[in-house]
Design a protein around this ligand. Structure first.
Ligand SMILES: Cc1ncc(C[n+]2csc(CCOP(=O)(O)OP(=O)(O)O)c2C)c(N)n1
Ligand SMILES: CC(=O)[C@@H](O)[C@H](O)COP(=O)(O)O
Ligand SMILES: [Mg+2]
Length: 639
């Protein structure tokens, strides 16, 4: 692939080089950065659309502010590629999202320019406000600037921070990057409100408006903001929502017009004394047709051919868990009108777009609002509906108190569908689904299942649909299933009962969920050495099958539990029970294999599991160790 020339970018080693550049140079630089982002992401895959949308904004911010002394906080930080390119990491961009390479998100450990790490949304205003307070209290830090998208500003946390910032009245910049997109079109009144701020002013006219805005400079910025707002809202007496919250509001301005950006940012930097919100309109995927015209505006892409935009997607060997979930739930919903589903801004990621296609009225996209999603589902369950609340494991962490207080405590039959359970690969540690088994299994009355393969997922959906006694959850990993035969229809599982998948006599491997395939592989390796192995699929982490565990420990010389989750999960529950029932009093050979007590950086899922010590080979070796024949260990772990 020929790389486009980038003469202006080639002159840049870091943000300091932007300071002396003319506006024309910065426009040229932005053009180069855009080419660079396209060229890099074509080779690595990643979050293309959001990064393309903030190219001019990133250049302007680094030209005007004094980073890293000034703290630039990117919300989610999936749009950080131009920022990484301009802050000394250009030469490593081709390692993006790969093992040992640059993270796909901002990371404090990666660069001083990454003021605050992210991956989850809606945290930037709180963090930036923290920096502002640090400055006010004498810490050596400059301005604090949060850049937050219109999708991310829908979450409660963002409002909590705006509310507090308005109260504190400290100088703080919030840049609202409004591209009228989340991953799907954003939902709700806030999105409509933001659009309303410029509904009567088509984007083409924004330039005139901003020139008018410029014309009032260098008069007081507050007056300028008011005039701009009046122009677009037509409410001379009223303030924008942001003004009511105590912010000076500037905008909306065209986020692809370097002149507007520089003028407004420089004026704001020179004059702002309190919290200031700058409303910037951008286009997700800007400057690359295939991204701009795709339904998600090129949100997350695989490697692609730049000329055609065609993405390199490998042929799957089995359906993805996500699609199995979407299709199975749709079939269940066709049979049961009480079934409804909730997503927090991830209809396609969760597979609920499939159900949405068939029953649009029964799928509720609540925006990025996991806490609300959980309690909303609780209310629906209390009303007699059968809600399936589909949230990635990592994002479900946001709704923990809601799970405990609003759902579990009241024994409400919310079905939690936990996708992306386990390590997820390129998104790295922020997105690892590591903790759900641990944080759900300790809740009284909660039922927690994990699918050992895609057919089991079908059974668990059927089981959840039929279960009205209280909250129930099932987890399944990112990516393809294992290729097992699929049942016509899900079977209702007996709550708290596991299954023996393969009978043996000497060693017992007890898998929870996705490690089942690796346990079977490990068993094969061990059997080749003459060690007879039982492989059991626990199915339930809570209540787990105590009869099965008792049988495994009684009838085998050693037991190994295996899970794709953090310490404190299934293995810990098994150990609690064994200890409580006195089974450990005279000793048992038992090992619990979990994710290690550390965050694992991005790499391929196989490489991440290898680092975690959870490959089939690791399982086999742990079994040997538990049997007291560690000397017979297999060689280097294979993924
Ligand atoms: C708490 C949380 N929930 C869901 C997500 C998944 N997610 C990542 S980016 C995104 C859309 C963000 O939209 P916006 O802030 O407008 O940024 P844009 O992609 O439009 O640039 C979503 C839903 C997340 N990162 N964090
Ligand atoms: C930034 C973010 O949180 C999402 O875009 C995430 O990267 C999606 O990952 P999946 O590809 O697993 O849906
Ligand atoms: Mg957006």
């Amino acid at each position: 692939m020929t790389k486009p020339p980038t003469p202006m970018l080639d002159r840049v080693a870091g943000p300091a080089d932007l300071k002396g550049m003319s506006q024309a140079d910065l426009i040229h630089l932005a053009r180069d950065v855009r080419q660079e982002v396209i060229s890099v992401v074509a080779q690595t895959g990643g979050h293309l659309g959001s990064s393309l949308g903030v190219v001019e904004l990133t250049v302007a911010l680094h030209a005007v502010f004094n980073t890293p002394f000034d703290k630039l906080v990117w919300d989610v930080s999936h749009q950080c590629y131009p920022h990484k390119i301009l802050t000394g990491r250009r030469d490593r961009m081709l390692t993006l999202r790969q093992g040992g390479g640059l993270a796909g998100f901002c990371k404090r450990s990666e660069s001083d320019y990454d003021a605050f790490g992210a991956g989850h949304s809606s945290t930037s205003i709180s963090a930036a406000l923290g920096f502002a307070m640090g400055r006010e209290m004498g810490q050596p830090t400059g301005d604090a600037i949060a850049v937050i998208g219109d999708g991310s500003i829908s979450a409660g946390m963002a409002y909590e921070a705006l509310n507090h910032a308005g109260h504190l009245k400290s100088r703080l910049f919030v840049i609202l990057n409004d591209n009228e997109m989340s991953i799907a079109p954003p939902v709700g009144a806030m999105s409509k409100y933001l659009s309303g701020l410029y509904a009567d002013t088509p984007l083409g006219k924004l330039k005139d408006m901003a020139e008018d805005f410029e014309a009032v400079l260098p008069g007081p910025i507050r007056e300028g903001a008011r005039r701009a707002r009046q122009l677009v809202t037509g409410f001379p007496g009223g303030g924008t929502l942001f003004e009511e919250l105590g912010f000076d509001y500037i905008g909306p301005i065209d986020g692809h017009d370097m002149g507007q950006l520089l003028t407004v940012l420089r004026a704001a930097r020179a004059r702002a004394s309190g919290p200031t919100l700058i409303h910037v309109c951008t286009v997700k995927g800007k400057g690359y047709k295939p991204a701009e015209t795709s339904a998600d505006r090129g949100h997350g892409v695989a490697k692609f051919d730049v000329a055609s935009g065609a993405q390199a997607k490998s042929q799957p060997n089995a359906p993805s868990y996500t699609s199995v979930f979407g299709k199975t739930l749709t079939a269940e919903a066709a049979r049961d009108p009480r079934i409804v589903a909730i997503t927090a801004a991830m209809p396609s990621g969760t597979g609920l777009d499939i159900l949405q296609g068939r029953f649009p009225q029964r799928v509720f996209d609540v925006g990025i609002a996991e806490q609300h999603a959980v309690t909303f589902a609780g209310g629906m369950a209390a009303a007699g509906l059968r809600p399936f609340c589909a949230i990635y494991s990592t994002f479900l962490q946001r709704g923990y108190d809601q799970i405990v207080h609003d759902v579990v405590l009241q024994k409400l039959p919310v079905r939690f569908c936990i996708d992306r359970a386990g390590l997820v690969g390129a998104d790295g540690s922020t997105h690892a689904g590591a903790f759900d088994v641990a944080f759900l299994s300790n809740l009284p009355g909660m039922v927690v299942m994990a699918a050992g393969d895609e057919a089991e997922l079908v059974n668990m959906i059927a089981t959840s649909a039929a279960y009205d006694e209280g909250p129930i959850a099932f987890r399944y990993p990112r990516g393809e299933g294992v290729g097992v035969e699929m049942p016509e229809r899900g079977r209702i599982l007996e709550i708290g009962k596991g299954r023996i998948v393969k009978e043996g006599t000497k060693l017992a491997l007890l898998s929870l969920g996705a490690p089942l395939a690796d346990c079977l592989k490990a068993a094969e390796e061990l059997e080749a050495r003459g060690i007879s192995v039982t492989v059991a699929d626990a199915r339930f982490a809570k209540p787990f099958d105590t009869d099965l565990v008792a049988r495994l420990v009684n009838e085998h010389e050693a037991l190994v539990t295996v899970e794709h989750g953090a310490e404190g999960g299934f293995g810990a529950m098994v150990l609690h029970w064994l200890a409580r029932t006195g089974r450990l009093d005279r000793g048992l050979a038992i090992r619990t294999m979990t994710l290690p007590d550390k965050f694992i950086e991005q790499a391929s899922p196989d490489a991440m599991y290898a680092e975690a010590g959870l490959t089939a080979r690791d399982i086999a070796n742990t079994g040997l160790e538990a049997l007291g024949i560690a000397a017979a260990r297999f060689g280097a772990a294979t993924a």
